[in-house]
Design a protein. Structure first.
Length: 146
């Protein structure tokens, strides 16, 4: 894997039923209400939208998310990502007693032209930035569904 390729695996736990967690995660338009790093969402059509994200680093990423899978019976969802990142993000939502576990998998390639020349040096910061964003996303989702 080249350094401009990133594979992330995250696990979120939320004390809410799986249906509520799945519905909230499937509603990308609602992300800014609970996920502070999702700064803006603009719907393009029923299956795609443009999302602006910015976490700790003073760098915003513009992404187009396109629904590839959304299956409430299996609790799986997946979006294709294009723009400043290219790849996909998928999740599986599983109820586990009084909590719900969300298994998140993201495989992307960095495409933001302004970062590419510096990418060999800043890749650890990009990974840390992602970790901070995911931590705040989990915390925001927990609060939102409490």
């Amino acid at each position: 894997m080249s350094r401009d390729s990133y594979r992330f695996r995250d696990v979120w736990t939320v004390r809410a039923d799986a249906e509520a967690v799945f519905a909230t995660l499937a509603d990308v338009d609602g992300y800014p209400a609970w996920w502070p790093d999702v700064r803006d969402v603009r719907r393009q059509d029923g299956d795609s939208g443009d999302v602006l994200v910015r976490a700790v680093l003073p760098v915003a990423l513009r992404l187009r998310l396109k629904r590839a899978e959304e299956d409430t019976t299996t609790g799986t969802m997946r979006v294709a990502i294009s723009g400043d990142l290219e790849g996909y993000c998928g999740a599986q939502v599983v109820e586990d007693g009084d909590r719900t576990v969300v298994w998140i998998e993201q495989d992307v390639v960095l495409c933001k032209r302004s970062l590419l020349p510096f990418e060999p040096v800043i890749w650890p910061m990009l990974r840390a930035n992602h970790a901070a964003m995911m931590w705040r996303g989990q915390r925001g989702l927990r609060r939102y569904l409490a």
